[in-house]
Design a protein around this ligand. Sequence first.
Ligand code: C5P
Length: 230
Amino acid sequence: MELCVALDLPSAKENLTLAESLKSYNVWMKVGFRAYIRDGKPFIEALKAINPNFKIFLDLKLYDIPNTMADAAEEIAKLGVDMFNIHASAGAVAMKTVMDRLTPYENRPLVLAVTALTSFDEANFQSIYEKSIDEKAEQFAKMSYENGLDGVVCSTFESRAIKNATSDKFLTLCPGIRPFGEDAGDQQRVATLELANEEGVDYPVVGRPIYKDSDPQQKVEEILNVISTF
Ligand code: C5P
């Protein structure tokens, strides 16, 4: 299990200060909409300058027509990040087109597909997808697996079923982790680290419980201590 820290702070300076305080730890840095739209490629470069070994997950959740997604995927590969994601509901053709386009890239980034956003509760999810979260997440995961993706973004509660339906090696990255039962915020399906471990989660994503803590570095250390016992 590898911790992924969401850099969702209001300025590049604050995100880089957080990254700086975590530079001696083996953690993933998650760069999302807020940071990437505001700070772009120079921000990725600044993270690498802090620690060239930081693994970077670009969480832009691509969703467009297949060719446009593949064009974007190629630009992401050129950025030199280690992981990015697309929306599974973009469909099988989009998945295949993206993966085909990345074939020439040695050390291509890992590609994950978002199944059901962790902010959905069952009723809101069904009002859009007309199936239960469990059922649809598994269907999206199988489609992702069959089209050569490396894994999915899901909640902890779907992780085990997804691995059973695909492969144990098919990666699950799960936001909505509240390591020590912190406030859920807008997340509907939250889990502790212990539960994430039981459900086979590969990458727990933690944002607010770290960056809103009075001592984020200490918090990361506490999380890594728990992970080291698994
Ligand atoms: O602050 P919190 O720990 O809830 O942060 C979760 C992070 O994971 C946010 O950056 C959010 O955008 C992201 N995310 C999510 N649900 C998904 C995919 C990504 O919460 N399905």
